[in-house]
Design a protein around this ligand. Structure first.
Ligand code: AMP
Ligand code: ZN
Length: 112
């Protein structure tokens, strides 16, 4: 399958990595929308959050625990936002599950 984030996960396309292990990869977004903007992806291909099942519970726990640790290391004590866009109305442009993490500015709500 031709998938940009699978290619990044496999190291075929370079990325500015923050963290990597066997299951997940965190890397900076190429078009940052906040002073800190990184993405966390599972290395295995999952289309979006709409494709998640109970079996992905441990993976999701690992992703959120890693986000918490990275945000702590990056000094995001004022808070941050975790977003996953799903499908057309959700504004998903890359069809491989990813969590945006945005920090170091006050973020508006509701989103546009
Ligand atoms: P979404 O619109 O929610 O699917 O988010 C996709 C995100 O991937 C966007 O914020 C893009 O800026 C980002 N992106 C696209 N290509 C790359 C890349 N090669 N390296 C890092 N981030 C990327
Ligand atoms: Zn993929």
């Amino acid at each position: 399958m031709d998938c940009l984030f699978c290619s990044i996960a496999q190291g075929q396309i370079p990325s500015n990595k923050l963290f990597e292990d066997e299951e997940i990869l965190a890397f900076y977004d190429i078009d940052p929308q906040a002073p800190i903007h990184f993405l966390v992806i599972p290395k295995k291909h999952i289309d979006s959050a709409a494709a998640l099942t109970q079996q992905d519970g441990a993976l999701l726990g690992h992703i959120y625990a890693t986000i918490s640790r990275l945000c702590s290391e990056l000094g995001c004590e004022n808070g941050y936002r975790v977003v996953t866009n799903v499908g057309q109305d959700g504004g998903q442009s890359v069809k491989h599950l990813h969590f945006h993490v945005l920090a170091k500015r006050s973020l508006a709500w509701p989103p546009g």
